[in-house]
Design a protein around this ligand. Structure first.
Ligand code: ZN
Length: 316
């Protein structure tokens, strides 16, 4: 199997049969997965060169799958640290025209329009219902595929952003190449995805197919940039310490991503001490790396253990 990004040889790391996916999704949402949702058997591969982890087949969830998961309130976030960072980034870089790929219900673009009414913002999404929501908010939004849109919007944007979108597509390199064609001179692409650690502490079904088809770390992103003939920089908020992360990991593993109180964190640790200690030790062993962190209004390169989400800047 060839890597989706660099075409190097990849090795199979584990099987992901459809029954296992169904069971984990049912546990995650405390609701049986509707029969109308077809789920394939997948295999997970890791590239021997760039370490991208990807699903085979590179086949995303069908429409019914996305309708089902997006019905759950927790699916669309109300805030992201990347949004705050981008709102400052627009000012620092004097960007005038911005495109958001996968603009969803338009929460980020609305923040942009409110803060910078004089600038040009546009979204693109394949979901007609979400595009209607955007337009009702007075936001420019195109309904359709990026490959069609990119043909008629060459050299148009200073900034192209995509939050938690790249990991859903079957050809991430092609997405970046299409974005590159739409950039002005000195334009930038900013992409955020989950950040894959060296070791998984629990099996996160939402970071696997049919939801996510690829899993990214710094090495895979560096190779993606290289293949597209672009340079990369990595933004991330400072990560909590190993003790706090192990507490959260234990809670999420056994109680799902629901509201959490300090008391519940302690209770989950006391009920599952072995899991908690293996997480804690595992986190202590994770290597630190360099990321740009925002401090006192400036971006500074710092060395720390990776957080769960990364924002990557790609540009000439
Ligand atoms: Zn690769």
């Amino acid at each position: 199997m060839k890597c989706l990004v660099c075409q190097s040889d990849s090795k199979k790391i584990y099987d992901l049969p459809s029954e296992k996916i169904r069971k984990n999704l049912s546990d995650y949402y405390s609701e049986k997965v509707p029969e109308v949702i077809k789920i394939l058997d997948y295999q997970m591969f890791e590239c021997t060169k760039c370490s991208l982890v990807f699903a085979n087949p590179a086949s995303p969830g069908n429409n019914e799958f996305y309708v089902w998961i997006s019905r759950h309130n927790s699916y669309y976030p109300t805030a992201r640290w990347e949004w705050d960072l981008l709102l400052d980034y627009i000012q620092i870089n004097s960007s005038k025209k911005l495109l958001e790929i996968g603009s969803g219900d338009g929460k980020f673009l609305r923040l942009c329009v409110e803060k910078y009414p004089e600038k040009f913002f546009e979204g693109i999404d394949t979901n007609p219902e979400q595009v209607v929501k955007c337009k009702k908010l007075g936001i420019n939004c195109y309904c359709g595929e990026l490959k069609d849109y990119s043909k008629t919007h060459k050299n148009k944007f200073d900034l192209i952003v995509a939050f938690h979108c790249l990991e859903h597509v079957d050809d991430p390199l092609e997405l970046i190449k299409q974005c590159k064609k739409m950039l002005n001179k000195n334009g930038k692409i900013l992409i955020s995805t989950p950040f894959r650690l060296e070791k998984d502490f629990w099996f996160d079904i939402m970071d696997h197919p049919p939801h996510h088809l690829t899993r990214w770390n710094k090495s895979a992103y560096t190779e993606l940039a290289h293949q597209a003939n672009l340079k990369s920089s990595f933004y991330m908020p400072f990560a909590p310490n190993s003790l706090v992360r192990a507490l959260y990991a234990t809670f999420v593993k056994f109680y799902g991503k629901k509201e959490v109180s300090k008391k519940m964190l302690i209770v989950s640790m006391l009920r599952h001490p072995l899991f908690f200690f293996s997480c804690f030790l595992g986190h202590l062993l994770i290597k630190s790396d360099f990321f740009l962190e925002k401090e006192n209004g400036k971006f500074e390169l710092k060395r720390f253990k990776p957080n769960t989400v990364v924002l990557v800047e790609l540009g000439e």
